[in-house]
Design a protein around this ligand. Sequence first.
Ligand code: ADP
Ligand code: SF4
Length: 688
Amino acid sequence: MTDPRYAVLFEPVEIGPVTAPNRFYQVPHCNVLGHMRPKAEAANRGVKAEGGWGVVCTQEVEIHPSSELTPFVEGRLWDDRDIPQHRLMTDAVHAHGALAGIELAYNGHHANNLYSRISPMAPSATIVHGNMPVHARGMTRADIKNVRRWHVAAAKRARRAGYDIVYVYAGHDMVTLMHFLKKSMNHRTDEYGGSLENRARLLHETLCDVKDAVGDTCGIALRFATDELLGEDGLRHESEGRDVVGLLAEIPDLWDVNVADWGNDSATARFEPAEGYQEKYTAFVKTLTSKPVVGVGRFTSPDAMVSQIKRGVLDLIGAARPSIADPFLPNKIREGRIEDIRECIGCNICVAQDNLSGPIRCTQNPTQGEEWKRRWHPERIEPAKTLEQVLIVGAGPAGLECALQLARRGHEVMLAEARNSLGGRSARESMLPGLSSYSRVADYRINQLQRLPNVQMFPGNALSAGDIVDLGIEHVFVATGSQWRRDGAGRFHHHAIDGIHSAHVLTPDDILNDNSPSGEVIIYDDDHYLMGGVIAEHLHNNGANITLVTTEPVVSSWTVNTLEQDKIQSKLMRMGIGIITSHCIATVNGANVDVASIYCADQITSLYADAIIMATSRVGETDLFDELSNHADQFSTLKQIGDCEVPGTIAAATYSGHHAARVFQSGAGEYDHLYAREIIQIELECQH
Ligand code: ADP
Ligand code: SF4
């Protein structure tokens, strides 16, 4: 039963000739399923429509081979042959009464054309985005006409594919229509350069072209970045960003507004903790147009959503990540099940997959991307064939997820945890600066488990192998987590660092257990994800004098994939934390630490350290499992899951726990669960 306070979220909204059934709007977002995995794409989007999203959009869709994104897998609509795969998506979305939207994208100098090998184009000749040794040529007037024509052709195909909403895309600093707007990229002296009216001409014309072509039956959305957060060097919501909205105010049927670049739009919770963090950049849009406005801000709470509507900030609640973490978020609000919402934690593991060209995954939602491949549904799981008593040891992300899914299948679940509080690393790491939302991984699952009658949870119970054997439970999952290594072995050193045992060495586990050093502290990061950098910030805040030594050329290098690397490095530098890159710890003698260049081992810098924190690599906490393995004949199931089996991300742990619960009792071996694959069909007829 819908809480009357939230009823406004379920009002229909007209978007030109089409009507969204409610205000929940999944804005275009990448999932790396796209043109290579169209059935998975359709299932992924279809589940969101089933979960109540009134509008469900594609990711960016290439409209012409002169702007193609290889190796990234996005959507593709180059010609008529691409229509059937889009039809899969629109049918899946329509099956649940939602509207389907498509984001047409011409990326220009943001596309490297590694497949088509066509020279990229830009408003003015320039070197391409990223670090490719490629330049883009300046567009001629004929090129400009072509880009308009290609948008129109793609829009017509999109309509034939069944889309209800067609996007004209000028956001994220990723597309030609935005590049023309930017003074820094548009140096043209013709009618497409110079004044803002001129720089906006191509966007204006394309918008009108697309509206003329399909606007009688399709809603035309304009996705626009009102601010680039670059100050005078970019579009700003107080000046040209605002002026563009004023100029085009009534032309689109819908304004989809956000900030650029992607790192600012999809900011992690570490750097933008608040829901609705884009409001200050986009709130003005509704004052300049009568057309509906959708915007994002990692919205997960209905109160924040209602506030956006009531205060006239937005008409539709846009979401990418909240819809990934919980495809059923709208239905849960409608049914008054607010406590069942699985809130996004803002970690950007989903984004990292896109940057790595791997199919989407999510820390909070292990079924994300697996809807077609494994037929996993985010809210449903196959009931157990026979009910069993199951013991799970360890209540971190893996143990909690495994327990929850086994309990949902109907099994009698006992969950034992050595510590007095549940949650494992997700609870502990949430104490670190900027990571408080990580506790949502544990909170959601604990809350769900507490409401199930067939679950018993035993915090403060460190079980030994003997205890477990004595319990006589046949099915045991060991989710005892992992420990950071103390000896410095990791990626650079595959063995203990010389002299390391003479030093005062701590690990991130010690820090999380409140054992923080003071004085001169070296953090040695050979792991390259979050931990080294965030521990540096934490200990600096506690008054220690930190030097971060990393074997990589930049701090927390893997976080380039979560769009945080630049933010982390700049934050640490501003805090005055010492940073030594491309160096390893070569030898240690008590408090004397020699760090060596990884390129020239004889270039050594000597440092003093009261303590060294090793963030190099982790080892699974397998002692319990190993001991239990000696009694294997007493168990029908004895399985390691999560970090205990293989240390990894929290996303890997929730997936591991989920997978173990899904395949429990299926009778298949570890590698028998081969999933559905989309295999390219070879056409045997002669090609002309
Ligand atoms: P994962 O990410 O794989 O879930 P975590 O490290 O977050 O791993 O969680 C592992 C949990 O297992 C920790 O909370 C730890 O206290 C608990 N644990 C470890 N050994 C035992 C044990 N013998 N009995 C009960 N709980 C244990
Ligand atoms: Fe949110 Fe992280 Fe899931 Fe992405 S991976 S949707 S940021 S919880």
